[in-house]
Every structure is written in structure tokens, then in C-alpha cells.
Design a protein around this ligand. Structure first.
Ligand code: AMP
Ligand code: ZN
Length: 107
């Protein structure tokens, strides 16, 4: 089994409150929410950080960004939201599986 916690969420070895899933992406509630709505969107395929993305990941990264407003709207944030990607130790990244934070307050 992978020792990556988000890969373990993808493989359902550890539970998460999943709010969106398709063939390539998974979104779930952050376990330590920093806002009334705090979601994490990840690629199912392991990628350690944005700094590890390759040109071959262009379509996947585009798919992630396009999914953000859709997932946000489905979770009460149609009026707007914040996004954050922490990259590397210097960027405050704690879980080394690429994720986009989606944060906001329902209207
Ligand atoms: P980052 O600093 O960008 O790496 O943030 C990692 C985020 O993952 C933090 O906001 C944590 O609260 C969140 N997190 C860690 N473990 C879990 C988990 N098992 N389920 C949901 N969120 C988690
Ligand atoms: Zn992983």
C-alpha cells in the first residue's frame, strides 16, 4: 500500500468525506477546515507537488482547474471562493500529493 495519505484516500484504504469523483479527480472535505467550506481537490494519479508536474500533465492540470468552480458551486460557493496550492516545504506543503484547497463561506 502507498504510504501517501491521499493515495490511500483514493484507494479507499482510509475514509474521507468525498464531494466529487470522476475518472481522474477526487475532491473531499479537509479534515481540519480553515473555512466553513474547505475542500481538497486532487488528481487520483500520484504527483508530489506542482513543482513535480511535467508537460505531459498539462491536460490533467487543466482538468483540475476547470473542475474547481463546478465543485465549489456544488458546495454552496457559486458566489465565489478562494483557491490555494501550497508547494514544497517552503510553501507550507504538508501532504506531498498535489492538491488544490478550495475555501469559502456559503452565501
Ligand atoms: P498542505 O499544507 O497544503 O499540504 O495541506 C494539507 C491539508 O490536508 C491540510 O489542510 C490538512 O488538514 C489536510 N489533511 C491531512 N490529512 C487529511 C485527511 N486524512 N483527510 C482530509 N484532509 C486531510
Ligand atoms: Zn499520493
Amino acid at each position: 500500500m502507498s504510504d501517501c495519505i491521499f493515495c490511500q484516500i483514493v484507494s479507499k484504504h482510509i475514509p474521507a468525506q468525498v464531494v466529487y469523483e470522476d475518472e481522474a479527480l477526487l475532491a473531499f472535505k479537509d479534515i481540519r477546515p480553515a473555512a466553513p467550506v474547505h475542500l481538497l481537490l486532487i488528481p487520483k494519479q500520484h504527483m508530489a507537488s506542482l513543482a513535480d508536474a511535467q508537460a505531459t500533465d498539462e491536460a490533467l492540470l487543466g482538468k483540475m482547474l476547470l473542475a474547481v468552480p463546478k465543485i465549489a458551486a456544488e458546495n454552496g460557493l457559486a458566489h465565489g471562493f478562494k483557491t490555494q496550492i501550497n508547494t514544497g516545504v517552503g510553501g507550507g506543503q504538508e501532504v506531498f500529493h498535489l492538491h488544490i484547497h478550495i475555501l469559502g463561506q456559503p452565501a
